[in-house]
Design a binder for this molecule. Structure first.
Ligand code: HEM
Length: 288
């Protein structure tokens, strides 16, 4: 529980530091003068209104909320102007084809990823990445999450099933893109980004599968390291990079943990943002 409060304390400290460093208050118009000016034009204000206005002007002088709010409103309208008409709008269709819901699969993959990040963050507060001894600290921490931590088994189940859901939806999304011919010119780049996303999604699942360091994980790790070692030329390098050596050891689980909670999230988040940005710019392909 203590880690939970530390996390929030850390977030609060970062927010306060950012707030104080981002922007200096304008001295020529102190907040009390602003409040007085608003009051004289709008009549006297209640305590709640005053508090709201004070908090808002405090935040606005630092984060330029009004400017950014205006910018995002403009880009929202702009976006809607440049978005192409949907298939149904363009051809004035009155029916909904049975395959239209399949266009949701990319969004479903994204939703699964968000759920995985949230549930994974909670699991990360209690998981211990240690492979030494039998049972290992990693295994014992999983046992703690499953048996003792309130709602721990639910969090782990959400993370577990979320992974299955994401792998399935990413694969089906790829099938949808293929069968509607959406990978063609001008969307080749997004197809290639998608291929790497498919790979990284599977690797994400694999690295997480090893983390409990139980016999299932050990079996999967044995298969993985044998595959890596038997790869020509780069085999031992791949084994060292992925499994922290050419044989399994206590370090393997630490390496998998690092890949699972740092390297892969950074890569996949960047790729998803690029992928969605390109979809936003290019619009959804018309079915051929
Ligand atoms: C983490 C995985 C992925 C996420 C979150 C994601 C997300 C999305 C979203 C939200 C869209 C908008 C249209 C739709 O939802 O169908 C889209 C379109 C697209 N995706 Fe993905 N995607 C992923 C993986 C893939 C994969 C594996 C491929 C192919 C190898 C792919 C290729 C494409 C292409 C070419 C488009 C444009 C389709 C069109 O214009 O109709 N994506 N993606």
């Amino acid at each position: 529980m203590i880690q939970f409060w530390f996390l929030w304390l850390f977030i609060a400290i970062v927010v306060v530091i950012v707030a104080f460093t981002l922007r200096k208050e304008r001295e020529d118009m102190p907040r009390t003068d602003i409040l007085r000016a608003v009051e004289s034009s709008a009549g006297s204000m209640g305590l709640a209104e005053k508090a709201f206005l004070w908090a808002f002007s405090w935040l606005d002088t630092r984060f330029r909320i009004q400017d950014y709010w205006g910018m995002s409103r403009d880009s929202y309208h702009h976006m809607h102007r440049q978005m192409p008409l949907t298939h149904a709008e363009k051809y004035k269709l009155r029916i909904i084809w049975y395959w239209y819901p399949l266009y949701c699969l990319g969004g479903i993959s994204f939703l699964a990823f968000v759920i995985l990040v949230i549930s994974g963050t909670v699991l990360g507060l209690y998981y211990v990445p240690g492979g030494d001894g039998t049972p290992s600290p990693a295994y014992l921490s999983m046992e703690f999450i499953m048996v003792e931590l309130p709602f721990g088994y639910i969090m782990r189940s959400i993370h577990h099933w979320g992974t299955h859901f994401m792998v399935a939806s990413v694969f089906l999304h790829m099938c949808r893109v293929y069968f509607t011919g959406a990978y063609r010119n001008p969307r080749e780049l997004n197809w290639l980004i998608g291929v790497s996303l498919m790979f990284f999604t599977i690797f994400f699942g694999y690295s997480g599968y090893l983390l409990p360091w139980d016999s299932l994980a050990f079996g999967a790790a044995t298969i993985g390291i044998n595959m890596a070692n038997s790869t020509p030329l780069i085999g031992s390098w791949v084994a060292k990079a992925m499994f922290a050596g050419t044989t399994l050891s206590a370090q393997t689980v630490v390496r998998m943990y690092f890949l699972h909670v740092f390297i892969l999230p950074v890569i996949v988040t960047a790729l998803i943002l690029a992928h969605l940005f390109i979809v936003w710019v290019q619009g959804i392909a018309e079915p051929h």
